[in-house]
Structure formats: structure tokens, C-alpha cells
Design a protein around this ligand. Structure first.
Ligand code: UD1
Length: 419
């Protein structure tokens, strides 16, 4: 298994560009099922989760081509198999995103039930209940969800809790349903808006994405599109923290700072000087001292759970104590044990992590447990004394494009060790 070797202590400086957002790209790839016309994506990030979605679409009969311009064109005109197999779904829960599109366009889907997950049980009941309301018949058979329907029928759906992929799945199902669908208590994440923009570029009629209520007027069919994947706010946030904890000075380009206010506000409170342009963010942490910042995760516009582990590291290097509260997922403090092995002083009590700042960390061999937990271990390694070896980095490759290249470019001493 590949590993990352990090020698800590280098101050990060310079400029990198942000990659396309995984969480925007995945639902858009699933949405290609909704049209028999070719769709071209620009700025698709090179990530394992994207490869997994390609494999799912490919196994169904989609035609995926890499163009000379390095853009991908996908055609689902000849789809013949409407199934997402367990071997693929078990590696990526977001595979459930093909459910809505398959039922809407082909009247059938067979998707392996996503199993348990390192960050809590993460059920899919909101997706299934909402699809049933649109008229699908849902059965659970041999570990698979089987959903079938003639034409879906628009209706009003009040989600019992806020779910990002739940909102996206049902939005995709409703764009080809008969009549109007109103979705309430939906996720307001920027990636939900991105998906709505993409579906609209295909001819869908959607209003309200980014608010609590989305209204969709079903259409008979959708067109092809050429669409550029917006930048990844979580990737950008992770690199900003890398700079903050190394007393660094970096610029991230190709990122819309206005979708990152919740992250930037907390970085400012920690002592960072932040300057934003229309399409870039500059952070400097010249005096090197970090103030503790309490974090409490919540659906957007609240503080993102996907930045919780990284801020846990920032607080560990602060001049005081902070409390990080995880409200979105149960059991999302798997990184804490490994961070404590590197010298952090973190105590978990229920959904709170109580963090006492320490003056230095020590390098150690550590094990990645999930995507953002891996990011936090790399961050800790960047400022630890000596060598850190991060094992099981397939987790990081799911969501960070060329992380060791980007960090090296900023001055970090980080190398990928082969199997
Ligand atoms: C998405 C993101 C993930 C992020 C998360 C929260 C993608 C591909 N992934 O995950 O990076 O961490 O949003 O911002 O976009 N829930 C239910 N029943 C359901 C669905 C969800 O109880 O049917 C619960 C979950 O267990 C969790 C909460 O709702 O406690 C939010 O989960 P959700 O927004 O669905 O997360 P994902 O869409 O899986």
C-alpha cells in the first residue's frame, strides 16, 4: 500500500490553483444518465472517487472519452445495465447518486445498499422515502435497493433532515417527473446549487437551489451540455490551514472565496490575515501564533463537517483551548487517536473534542481512517518534528488531487512511497 512520508517544519509559501470539487462533480456525473446526448466536463478533478463513478457508469454501458483538451465527454445513450454493484458502492457511498437518474430515465435501478462507514451509520432513508413519494416502488433484496417506476409524478416532499446527496438525488429524479415537485428542508450547500446550474444547462427547470425550498417543473427530456466543474472549497480550506499552521504565506487561485465565508471567518479568528479577490484567496500567518477557535459543524451555511478534522489540528497548535463540536455525523473523531500519538492533547466527550494547544508535535507512523481524517494527519505531519509516515493513503486519493505535488510546490517536504 502506498504511503506518504513527510518531514515536518517547512514554512509553506507560494501559489497553487484549486482543483474541481469532488462533491460537485459526483452528482453531475450521475446526472449524465438523464440525457441521451453527450455531455462534456471541463475541470474534472483526477481523483479515485471520480474513477469509481466512471467505473459505475462504464459498467452500465456509458461511453466515456478523454478529449485532446483533457476534458471528458460522457454519453449514456446506450445504457443497458441499470445496476451499481456492491464491489464499487462499498468503496464510495456517493454511488447512491445514480439512483434518482436511473429511475427517472429508465424506470429501474438496482443499487447495492451502502454499508457501514467509518464516520457513522449514514443511512439513505431520506433518498428512498422521497423517491417513493415520487411514485417509485422500492424493495430491499439481498443487500440491494431495487427501485422501479413508470413515469415519476411530481409532488411535495418535506425532508425530515437535511441531506446533501439526498437533495441532489431527488432533484435529479424530479427533473424528468411529470408536473411540479417542491422539495422542502433541502441542503443549501454550494454543490447543490452547482448541480442545479448544471441541470439547467441541460434544459431542466429548477428554482430555489441554495435556499430551503427547491421547485422543479418536470420536462420530457434533457439536452447535452458543456460544463466546467466549480472549484473545491474543502480542498482550498485544507491548504489554507496547511499555511496557517506553518506560519506560511500562500495564495490559492481558481476558487470563489464567497462560498467559503464560514471557513475564512474562523481562519481570521485564529489570527490569519486573509485577502480575497474575485477568484483567489491569500493567507498569511506572519507572526506564527495561532488563537484557539471553537467550531460547531452544521449544514451550509454553517461550518462544514468536512473541515472539522483540519481545524482540530489548527487548534492543537494554538495558544489556548478550544472545543470542536461535530453535529452532522456520529463517530467522526477517528483522527483524534492518531493525532494524540503525534503529541496532540485532545479529549473526546460525546460530540465534543476538547483540544488543548501544545507547543510542538512529533512525527510518527500513523494510519488514515477516512478522507478528511487523512488530511488532518498530513497537516499534523507538516509541522511535526521529524518524520511522519501516513499509511492507507487511498483515503486521501479519493478526494485530494496530487496532494503531495501541490504541497511540495508550496515548500513542504513530502514524498509518496511506493507499495
Ligand atoms: C455529503 C458530502 C460529504 C459531507 C456531507 C455533509 C458528497 C458526495 N458528500 O455527504 O462530503 O460530509 O454531505 O456535508 O457530497 N442522513 C440520514 N438519512 C439519509 C441521509 C442522511 O439520516 O437518508 C443523515 C446522515 O447520517 C448525516 C446527515 O443526515 O447525519 C447528513 O448527511 P448527508 O448530508 O446526507 O451526507 P452525504 O450526502 O452522504
Amino acid at each position: 500500500m502506498e504511503k506518504l512520508k513527510i518531514i515536518g517544519g517547512n514554512r509553506l509559501s507560494g501559489s497553487i490553483s484549486c482543483s474541481g470539487a469532488k462533491n460537485a462533480a459526483l452528482p453531475m456525473l450521475a446526472a449524465t444518465i438523464l440525457s441521451d446526448k453527450a455531455i462534456t466536463f471541463k475541470n474534472l478533478p483526477y481523483l479515485q472517487d471520480i474513477t469509481t463513478m466512471f467505473e459505475i457508469l462504464g459498467s452500465m454501458g456509458a461511453d466515456i472519452t478523454l478529449n485532446e483538451t483533457m476534458d471528458f465527454t460522457i454519453s449514456t445513450a446506450n445504457l443497458h445495465d441499470f445496476e451499481a454493484r456492491y464491489e464499487l458502492v462499498k468503496t464510495m457511498r456517493a454511488s447512491i447518486l445514480v439512483l434518482g437518474s436511473l429511475v427517472a430515465r429508465h424506470g429501474f435501478a438496482r443499487i447495492a445498499l451502502p454499508g457501514g462507514c467509518a464516520i457513522g451509520s449514514r443511512p439513505v432513508d431520506f433518498h428512498l422515502d422521497a423517491l417513493e413519494k415520487l411514485g417509485a416502488k422500492i424493495e430491499l433484496k439481498n443487500g440491494y435497493i431495487e427501485a422501479s417506476s413508470k413515469k415519476l409524478k411530481g409532488c411535495e416532499i418535506n425532508f425530515p433532515g437535511v441531506s446533501v446527496t439526498g437533495t441532489e438525488n431527488i432533484m435529479m429524479a424530479a427533473v424528468l417527473a411529470e408536473g411540479q415537485t417542491i422539495l422542502r428542508n433541502v441542503a443549501k450547500e454550494p454543490e447543490v446549487e452547482d448541480l442545479a446550474d448544471f441541470l439547467k444547462s441541460m434544459g431542466a427547470k429548477i428554482e430555489g437551489a441554495g435556499t430551503d425550498e427547491i421547485t422543479i417543473d418536470g420536462v420530457d427530456d434533457l439536452q447535452g451540455s458543456i460544463f466546467s466543474i466549480p472549484a473545491d472549497r474543502i480542498e482550498a480550506g485544507t491548504y489554507l490551514i496547511a499555511a496557517a499552521i506553518t506560519a506560511g504565506d500562500i495564495t490559492i487561485s481558481e476558487i470563489d472565496p464567497f462560498r467559503m465565508n464560514n471557513i475564512l471567518d474562523k481562519l481570521k479568528l485564529s489570527g490569519a490575515t486573509i485577502k480575497v479577490g474575485n477568484n483567489d484567496i491569500h493567507l498569511s500567518m506572519k507572526n506564527g501564533s495561532i488563537s484557539p477557535v471553537d467550531i460547531s459543524t452544521a449544514p451550509f451555511p454553517g461550518f462544514p463537517t468536512d473541515m472539522q478534522a483540519q481545524f482540530t489540528v489548527l487548534n492543537s497548535l494554538s495558544d489556548g483551548s478550544a472545543v470542536v463540536t461535530e453535529n452532522v455525523f456520529e463517530n467522526r473523531f477517528m483522527h483524534v487517536q492518531e493525532l494524540n500519538r503525534m503529541g496532540c492533547d485532545i479529549t473526546v466527550k460525546g460530540s465534543n473534542a476538547i483540544i488543548k494547544g501544545v507547543s510542538s508535535l512529533n512525527g510518527a507512523p500513523v494510519m488514515a481512517t477516512d478522507l478528511r481524517a487523512s488530511a488532518s494527519l498530513i497537516l499534523a505531519g507538516l509541522c511535526a518534528d521529524g518524520e511522519t509516515i501516513v499509511d492507507r493513503i487511498y483515503h486521501i486519493d479519493r478526494g485530494y488531487e496530487r496532494i503531495e505535488e501541490k504541497l511540495s510546490y508550496l515548500g513542504a517536504d513530502i514524498t509518496r512511497l511506493p507499495n
